[in-house]
Design a protein around this ligand. Structure first.
Ligand code: FAD
Length: 460
């Protein structure tokens, strides 16, 4: 009998346990369903759609090497997969487990209709499986990190299987008809320039990074240096598995590699939090923050202009603007700068973190429900961790401390002529006319945020 392989964010042929298992059982029918409804307002953002288009193209090319065809369907995934199973006479759908609440629901519904065989493979450990001595789950990173490391198996990533093919292929949409790529305006030129998409590109990146991984600790905080792996979109879309990444670094020692491993574990941690709190990316985990008076349009504040200036990289803070412009141009932003721009939005502009999270959702090629939500709640201090709302990052000193000069020159070219000293904080006479004045001074922004916090506490 034909075996359906349902691809989602696991667009790879190697170390793909669902594909591997299906291939042992019969002819395979690989399928991707574009389901724009189930995720509700978490429909894929623009940058994600761009990536998905190219990643599906790459997956289809990989399958074509085996004379296999990727079937593309659009609509409700449970309906479409049930119809497909009936049409081709399949009984089983093989898929890697996904943990976004809409995927969990779809998996439940599908399992009621036909045999759904789920496999692990997108995380180092399945979310929810790392538990305390008494069987509880972790909400704090460090104990989770320690426990996960103890529980980790020795990874032995699966090879690309060989397939048997069905007698005929089901009807499929054409990828071009899905309109995943922008047309007018075509904002994707920077993305095309920055990224090679697909499984092959992911492995090339990993191989390059594993040679420089020992310098990771030094380089990772410096936005002017390419010191991180840039694997995030490849990992998010499952073009490469975390087990493959872990394996590639096996036997490598040193602080740099250890820190990198801990970042990979952060990815698991975020998923572990989402697994416990499916609404985490939508709601303050600490409910007391529901009482914080953000400057929100629905509370009568006019924040649109500030929000827009932040989105467009026109805040008057060079490091913030460089980051936001890098995001818009490339669909990615350096981690240190993500923290700085997020803190600036939440604290200096006193805008609810969810506005920022949504913008990232739309513009990041690695936009990930769990990682994005967890990191935004981490910066805002509203989440599971002990990070405090009252810890306010100073963007100007962060910029100097992490030597962002060349990064700013690249992304804010109107400041490129300034000296290393001036570029972080161009004084009035050095600021070119084309560059905006600061939206708010650091001390004023800081005070406003602290006062909002005090008012929240007083009202409790
Ligand atoms: P590296 O430094 O090379 O790290 C290796 C891998 O570890 C990354 O590819 C990523 O998969 C994982 N990782 C690293 N840091 C984190 C982290 N803090 N949390 C979770 N996983 C991590 N990452 C996303 O993948 N998707 C998001 O939507 C996302 N949103 C973020 C929002 C904010 C406000 C902040 C502060 C961080 C966010 N991150 C997100 C985490 C981090 O910034 C990116 O994973 C990292 O910058 C990706 O670059 P890299 O692949 O070179 O990372």
């Amino acid at each position: 009998k034909p075996q359906i392989v349902w691809f989602r964010r696991d667009l790879r042929l190697r170390d793909q346990p669902a594909l591997y298992a299906a291939a042992q059982r019969g002819p395979i029918i690989p399928v991707y369903v574009l389901d724009d409804e189930r995720a509700g307002d978490r429909k894929l953002g623009g940058a994600s759609r761009w990536w998905l288009h190219h990643s599906l193209e790459s997956l289809a090319t990989g399958l074509a090497r085996h004379n296999a065809k990727l079937t593309l369907l659009r609509g409700d995934c449970v309906e479409k997969l049930s119809e497909l199973a009936e049409a081709v006479g399949a009984e089983t759908v093989h898929a890697i487990s996904h943990y976004e609440p809409w995927w969990r629901k779809a998996e439940e519904e599908l399992a009621d209709r036909l045999e759904l065989d789920l496999y692990d493979g997108n995380y180092l450990m399945p979310p929810g499986s790392v538990t305390t001595g008494s069987g509880g789950t972790y909400k704090i990173f460090t104990p989770f990190y320690k426990a996960l490391q103890k529980a980790l198996p020795t990874f032995d990533p699966l090879e690309e299987p060989s397939f048997t093919l069905p007698d005929s292929w089901p009807q499929s949409d054409r990828l071009e008809d899905w309109d995943l790529l922008p047309t007018k305006p075509d904002w994707a030129a920077g993305l095309r320039k920055t990224w090679e998409v697909g499984e092959g590109a992911a492995h090339e990146k990993l191989s390059y990074f594993s040679d420089i991984a020992s310098d990771y600790e030094k380089g990772r905080n410096l936005p002017s240096v390419e010191g991180t792996s840039r694997l995030s979109p490849h990992l998010h879309w499952g073009e490469i598995s975390p087990a493959q990444v872990w394996k590639a670094l096996e036997g490598k020692r040193g602080q740099g590699v250890e820190v990198f491993r801990s970042e990979l574990i952060w990815r698991d941690f975020a998923q572990n939090i989402l697994f416990q709190f499916p609404h985490y990316p939508e709601e303050n985990y600490r409910e007391r923050y529901d009482g914080l008076e953000w400057r929100n349009p629905n509370r009568g504040h006019l924040i649109e202009e500030d929000l827009k200036a932040w989105q467009q990289g026109q805040t008057g803070y060079p490091i913030v603007d460089a980051g936001m412009r890098q995001l818009w141009a490339t669909g990615w932003m350096h981690n240190r700068v993500r923290m700085i721009v997020a803190s600036f939005l939440i604290k200096h502009l006193l805008i609810d973190w969810r506005h920022g999270e949504k913008w990232f959702w739309d513009t990041l090629v690695d936009a990930d429900y769990a990682s994005n939500g967890t990191n935004w709640q981490w910066v805002s201090g509203t989440g599971v961790d002990t990070q405090l709302y009252t810890r306010i990052m100073a963007p100007l000193s962060q910029s100097a401390k992490f030597s962002a000069e060349n990064y700013i020159r690249e992304w804010v070219p109107e400041l490129a002529h300034l000296s290393d000293e001036d570029i972080h904080d161009p004084s009035a006479e050095k600021r070119p006319e084309s560059y905006p004045e600061r939206l708010i001074e650091h001390t004023e922004g800081r005070e406003r945020a602290l006062n909002a916090y005090k008012a929240m506490k007083a009202a409790e």
